[in-house]
Design a binder for this molecule. Structure first.
Ligand code: ADP
Length: 555
């Protein structure tokens, strides 16, 4: 029991720990998932910006440049790439700066004119081109220093959210040919990011998760899914910088409270389930413990029983042996002594027979072989015959015997031998457990669809708390009278078994010091034909619907 308790407590502790841990891990996993969604927005944006230039790698830029030097015009394939890039809303215009031209010194560069589908020379271009080509140059230098892989003929460099710059490379010479500078449309960029935020995270009103596209240089929120929540750094749980726009970042508030509360509710539910399981385990442990205790008590009682029975079998045998020996030796010749010895042998043999019968009864019940031969009988008749037969014995013991047996009651389907066993055991107990007032009363009544036979004594009674145990095999109430009364705690278990075999039920009412009533009930036969009772046959019987047979024998 103690080990079981320790195991349950240890298991419960482990479960509580792992459930709490599970909640924290789930919260962490939730946050991890949110961060992945932020990275996803950034990744998609980069993909979207790079997409138009995937075809550049396939062009031979040496021949592109050669044609440009020769004719002053770019080949169609090259222009197609540029047109495709410009078709994205993200870019406003594009400039080409040859390697030998410096846009920071106001030298003319080329601007792509969508109407004529040609690059035109211009002096009018934003300062952004100077900055952008500077960024691209630095990128190219880094790439060459880090062992250029010769696979790509262009390198992309971003000047924050202002320009995307592509350095076009000569893979033979390992040198730069020129720069394409695409001017970002800031509004379009923001308009591209905003729906992706809503798509990934839903609206803050509905999900509780708030995401802001934030420009830290200008301290300005560019886009958000939280219209009703004003931005504050205190609200931010995590920040994800955008790879190509270092002055922009995505900031998120996880809504830890709501998902934390949901997980806590789940945790409480889990604790409830765990609590119930632990209670059930305790119940099972308690059940096993009490069953084991019962078994232990039963085996102690069984051992006592065997010791007692052996002793009790030996006593009458010894008496009979001594008496028989004396007669056989011819030591006893006088008639009155011979009769006394004969009585002794007779009485002891009856005691022995009864004891053996009881043992056989228990053995039969244990082996499930208590065969019964039921038939329609009037309980009144059976009780009446029993009382008549045993009355002299009861009177001899000093008992007053009274009956209240209604005639004409419907028959029950019962084995008369079984009923005899029930009556004799109950009568024997009434005798054994009566000390001052010696009275026994037999009664038969109809109770709805049942006929009930009660046997009442005015004996020591049975305490309430003992009553549910007395039908157990070998159980005896621990009181002074029982201690001095012979018995093995088998009578009531035999009775109960016979009652069950005959489809009946048994109950008792008892008050210590006042007496006990045992009642056995059996269902009325379906045909409901009253069995003709010996007491009710005769000419007057038809006029007695509730003929009562009240008899009193005084001891
Ligand atoms: P036994 O009488 O051999 O002990 P039983 O199974 O007949 O065994 O009875 C079990 C216990 O119930 C008895 O030991 C006794 O304490 C109690 N008991 C049974 N019948 C009565 C009764 N009529 N009055 C008081 N106690 C009784």
């Amino acid at each position: 029991m103690a080990l079981g308790l320790i195991a349950i407590i240890a298991l419960t502790g482990l479960n509580v720990y792992s459930l709490t841990d599970l909640r924290d891990t789930r919260l962490e996993a939730d946050h991890e998932r949110r961060n992945k969604q932020l990275q996803n927005i950034d990744f998609q944006l980069t993909q979207e910006m790079n997409k138009p230039f995937f075809g550049l790698d396939k062009l031979n830029l040496n021949s592109v440049e050669a044609q440009f030097r020769r004719t002053g015009k770019f080949p169609e394939a090259f222009k197609e790439e540029v047109v495709q890039a410009l078709s994205s809303d993200l870019f406003n215009e594009v400039y080409y700066t040859a390697i030998d031209v410096n846009p920071c010194e106001g030298q003319p560069i080329l601007r792509f004119d969508a109407d004529s589908n040609e690059f035109m020379s211009t002096y009018e271009y934003p300062k952004l081109v100077c900055d952008g080509t500077g960024v691209a140059r630095t990128r190219v230098n880094t790439v060459f220093i880090n062992n250029y892989d010769d696979e790509h003929n262009n390198v992309i460099g971003y000047d924050t959210h202002r320009t995307l710059n592509i350095a076009l490379m000569d893979l033979f010479e390992r040198s730069t040919i020129g720069y394409l500078t695409f001017i970002f449309d800031k509004e379009s960029l923001i308009n591209y990011i905003k729906p992706s935020i809503v798509e990934e995270f839903g609206l803050e009103d509905e999900t509780g998760v708030a995401v802001w596209l934030y420009d830290w240089v200008k301290d300005e929120v560019l886009a958000t899914n939280a219209q009703n929540l004003s931005f504050s750094v205190d609200l931010v749980d995590n920040t994800e910088s955008l790879a190509n726009f270092p002055d922009w970042s995505l900031k998120i508030r996880y809504n830890t409270e709501e998902s934390g509360a949901a997980y806590t509710t789940e945790l409480i539910k889990n604790f409830l389930v765990l609590g119930t399981a632990v209670l059930m385990l305790f119940g099972a442990l308690l059940f096993m413990f009490t069953t084991a205790q019962k078994e232990r008590k039963l085996s102690i009682r069984q051992a006592d029983f065997i010791a007692n029975v052996t002793h009790e079998l030996k006593t009458p045998l010894a008496v009979m042996q001594a008496a028989g020996e004396n007669i056989a030796d011819g030591r006893v010749t006088e008639e009155d002594r011979l009769q006394k010895y004969g009585d002794h042998i007779y009485n002891e043999s009856i005691r022995l027979r009864k004891m053996i019968e009881k043992l056989l009864d228990v053995a039969k019940v244990d082996a499930g072989r208590a065969l019964i031969k039921p038939a329609a009988h009037s309980l009144g008749d059976l009780v009446s015959a029993f009382v008549e037969h045993h009355n002299p014995y009861l009177v001899d013991k000093g008992f007053t015997v009274t009956t209240n047996l209604q005639d004409n009651l419907p028959a029950v389907y019962i084995d008369p031998d079984s009923f005899e066993t029930i009556l004799s055991n109950l009568t024997e107990n009434a005798i054994k457990y009566s000390s001052n007032t010696k009275a026994v009363h037999y009664e038969i009544v109809q109770d709805g669809n049942f006929i009930t036979c009660s046997i009442t004594d005015k004996g020591v009674g049975i305490p309430k708390k003992e009553q549910k145990f007395i039908f157990d095999k070998f159980y005896r109430v621990e009181d002074p009278l029982t201690a001095t009364t012979k018995g093995h705690g088998l009578g009531l278990s035999i009775i109960k078994n016979h009652v069950d075999l005959n489809g009946g039920s048994i109950s008792l009412e008892s008050e210590p010091g006042k007496g006990t009533t045992f009642s056995v009930s059996f269902p009325i036969l379906a045909e409901n034909n009253p069995v003709k009772s010996a007491a009710t046959t005769g000419p007057s019987q038809n006029h007695q619907s509730t003929n009562k047979k009240n008899i009193e024998y005084v001891g």
